[in-house]
Design a protein around this ligand. Structure first.
Ligand code: HEM
Length: 191
C-alpha cells in the first residue's frame, strides 16, 4: 500500500488521462452553439446511463450516504428535453461495470461534477442555459462543489483497504475516461 489515500491514488494515476479528455472535449467547442451543446448532452446521457446503476447500488449506498441522490442521468435527460432533443444510440457497446472497477467509474463520474464549474459557467455565459433550464446536470451540489467532493472522497477512501481494490478501481476509472473519448469522437464525428 502506498502512502496515498484511495482518491489520491486514483487522481495521481489518472490525471494525465483526464487532461486528454478535457482537451478533446474542449476542442469540440461544446458551448459555442446549441447544436454542439445538444451533442454534448447526448454524450453525457450515454455516460450517465452507464454509471446510473452504480449510484443506485444498494450495497454502495450503505457506505456512501445519499449516493443514489447524486445520480445525474435523469437530470441529463431533463436537460435534453428542455432543448426539445432526444438521447441517441451511439452504436457503442456499453459496459456494465461492477465490483471494484465500479468504484473507479464512480470516482470518474462524481469528479466530473467538480470540474464542471468551468463548463457550467460557459453554458450560462455563452448559451444562457442554467440550473433550471437546460443545464441542471452541471449545477453544483447544494453544499458547494469542493465541500461535497471532500465529503464524497472521505467515504470513498474507506472503501479500499488493499492494493488489489485500488488497481481494479484504477482500471475502472481509466476505462471510463477511455470510453468517454470514444463517445466524444462518435458524437462529434471526429476521425
Ligand atoms: C472540457 C471538459 C473538462 C474540463 C474543462 C475539466 C476540468 C476539470 C478541472 C479544472 C478539475 C479540477 C477541479 C478542482 O480540483 O477543483 C477536474 C476534476 C476532475 N474531472 Fe474534469 N474536466 C472536464 C471533463 C471531465 C470529464 C468528461 C470527466 C469524466 C468523464 C472528468 C472527470 C474529472 C474527475 C474525476 C476529476 C477529479 C480529480 C480529482 O481531484 O481526483 N472531467 N476537471
Amino acid at each position: 500500500m502506498s502512502e496515498y489515500t484511495f482518491a489520491e491514488y486514483l487522481k495521481t494515476n489518472s490525471h494525465a488521462t483526464h487532461d486528454t479528455v478535457d482537451n478533446l472535449v474542449s476542442s469540440c467547442k461544446p458551448f459555442d452553439t446549441v447544436e454542439n451543446y445538444t451533442k454534448f448532452l447526448q454524450l453525457q446521457a450515454v455516460f450517465h446511463k452507464i454509471v446510473d446503476p452504480i449510484y443506485k447500488d444498494a450495497e454502495l449506498n450503505k457506505h456512501i450516504p445519499n449516493l443514489a441522490s447524486l445520480a445525474r442521468h435523469d437530470a441529463v435527460l431533463k436537460d435534453l428535453s428542455d432543448l426539445n432533443a432526444e438521447p441517441v444510440d451511439l452504436d457503442v457497446a456499453l459496459p456494465n461495470p461492477d465490483g471494484s472497477e465500479a468504484l473507479g467509474w464512480l470516482y470518474c463520474a462524481e469528479g466530473s461534477n467538480l470540474g464542471a464549474a468551468f463548463l457550467f459557467k460557459d453554458v450560462q455565459n455563452k448559451l444562457n442555459f442554467d440550473a433550471e433550464h437546460g443545464a441542471s446536470h452541471l449545477a453544483p451540489h447544494a453544499d458547494g462543489r469542493g465541500k461535497h467532493w471532500r465529503e464524497f472522497i472521505s467515504y470513498l477512501n474507506q472503501l479500499s483497504n488493499n492494493q488489489e481494490v485500488r488497481e481494479e478501481a484504477l482500471r475502472g476509472a481509466l476505462n471510463a475516461f477511455h470510453l468517454y473519448k470514444i463517445l466524444v469522437r462518435k458524437i462529434f464525428a471526429i476521425a
